[in-house]
Design a binder for this molecule. Structure first.
Ligand SMILES: Cc1ncc(COP(=O)(O)O)c(C=O)c1O
Length: 452
């Protein structure tokens, strides 16, 4: 570290004042004056303003130290301010910005070659972008060009982003309702097999819905050219498909000549216990999108596909057809290349798999017999606790959100998920120490017991 910081990355929580403390509260009031009010929710119990983040720790403006069990939306898989990120940022200090698609920055080439080797295909080609939604846009465009058919099948509960194209494939009314008539109408939504409520083998009901949409075309009549799916629905409530579902979906896509896009923005780069979660679940994608952990905290994402698919794009004749100002941003590319090396050298997928199993076991042991829990599930370092009503089926609306709020007062940063905020999600960093993990499991269990 270049700057002295009171957090080591492996600290246990230390709360000087009940969060949100007085400085966070004052900042919340100031934020209200200057930010569009749709963005940050500010209430009496939420949020805390962050000042520093290192490893699995966050320091807030009131001097409180937390364990971050979200790795800030799944980004800090290696840990916040990881040494590979810091040293590569230092190395890139004399080359921050360039001209990505005109006079290419050298670090762009280095990253593309590494990403192509990391990808599932021997001949992958890449389109870089800055955020996850943008990578999804690139994937949807690539699929439309390569298949010649613009229609898309996506899944209920999915989250693919909020830009126009990615939002078209994101079914949640909360994000869509104001813009419905501006969104592409060629997306058909099939149910994602639900671990608690769908007893059909291999998610048969979902597969049948996919089959029907392939026959009937999209709601606007467009023929279907692609299927986009998260291997594990992350924001949808850590929904892990049943055995066999992804394999059968891949077969259906191949038989009907439809391209499968795996949205691995949350699940990829090792989080779930393999470089790509698709391989663990039998999903055989034609296009993969990654983001979040790739940049180790810098905004960079990528759409990857084998060359016979990516070459559906016409060659540039001097003006790119799909690009942006920050495509191939040298600083982000240098850091992402170092992050990719670190993920491989430190065997992050294996580490995530081992740590995830321990966390899952710990949570299941501590929560055995506790009423109102429908399911505790996880794949690597993507875990969820689903809360249900007394019938064991209906989602306990907002309970995940209430628990995340209460856990903050014990020094844990957590987020709710699921359509009804009824899932408590954990996407910790691989830097989480055993002591931090034990504290987290014990504290989550006691917060759940006392928070209806
Ligand atoms: C699976 C998935 N896809 C796409 C996105 C959108 O990424 P971004 O918020 O970087 O645009 C997210 C973000 O949470 C995500 O989890």
């Amino acid at each position: 570290m270049t700057k002295a910081t009171p957090i080591s990355g492996s600290d246990l929580p230390l709360l000087r004042v009940r969060p949100p403390g007085p400085i966070s509260a004052t900042m919340g009031a100031r934020l209200h004056n200057v930010e569009s009010r749709n963005v940050t929710f500010v209430g009496p119990e939420w949020p805390v303003f962050w000042r520093e983040a290192v490893g699995s720790n966050v320091l807030d403006v009131d001097g409180n130290i937390y364990i971050d069990l979200t790795s800030a939306f799944g980004v800090a898989l290696l840990g916040h301010a990881h040494e590979s990120v810091l040293s590569s940022m230092n190395e890139a200090a004399s080359f921050i910005h360039g001209m990505g698609d005109i006079h290419p920055p050298e670090p762009k080439l280095t990253l593309l070659e590494k990403l192509a080797r990391f990808s599932p295909w021997p001949d992958a080609k890449v389109i870089l972008s800055t955020g996850g939604s943008e990578a999804v846009e690139a994937a949807l465009k690539t699929a439309a060009l390569a298949s010649g058919r613009p229609g898309v099948i996506a899944f209920q509960g999915a989250y693919h982003g909020l830009t126009a194209g990615s939002l078209s494939a994101t079914p949640r009314p909360h994000f869509r309702s104001f813009f419905e008539e501006k969104l592409y109408g060629g997306v058909s939504f099939a149910p994602f097999p639900d671990p608690l409520r769908d007893s059909s083998p291999h998610g048969q009901a979902s597969l049948e819905a996919v089959g029907l949409a392939l026959l009937e075309g999209a709601p606007n009549g467009d023929p279907i050219g692609s299927i986009i799916i998260e291997p594990v629905q992350a924001r949808g409530g850590v929904r892990i498909p049943p055995d066999g579902f992804m394999r059968k979906l891949s077969e259906i896509a191949a038989e009907s000549g439809v391209l499968l896009i795996a949205d691995e923005i949350m699940t990829g780069m090792g989080r779930c216990g393999a470089p790509f979660a698709s391989s663990l679940l039998g999903l055989e994608p034609d296009i993969v999108v990654v983001g979040k952990a790739l940049g180790g905290g810098l905004p960079i994402s990528a759409c990857l596909a084998p060359s016979h698919i990516m070459d559906a794009w016409p060659p540039s004749t001097g003006e790119a057809i799909h690009t942006s100002t920050f495509l191939g941003h040298p600083l982000s590319c240098t850091v992402a290349a170092a992050v990719l090396d670190a993920i491989q050298l430190q065997e992050i997928p294996n580490q995530a798999s081992r740590m995830g199993k321990n966390l899952l076991e710990g949570l299941r042991e501590q929560l055995v017999g506790v009423a109102g829990i429908g399911d505790i599930r996880g794949l690597g370092l993507l875990l969820g606790i689903e809360f249900v009503e007394e019938d064991g089926i209906s989602p306990a609306r907002g309970r995940g959100a209430r628990i995340a709020e209460e856990a903050l007062t014990e020094g844990l940063i957590l987020l709710p998920g699921g359509d009804n905020g009824h899932v408590l999600e954990l996407t910790p960093s691989a830097s989480l120490t055993e002591t931090q993990a034990e504290y987290a499991v014990d504290t989550i269990a006691s917060v759940i017991r006392r928070t209806p």
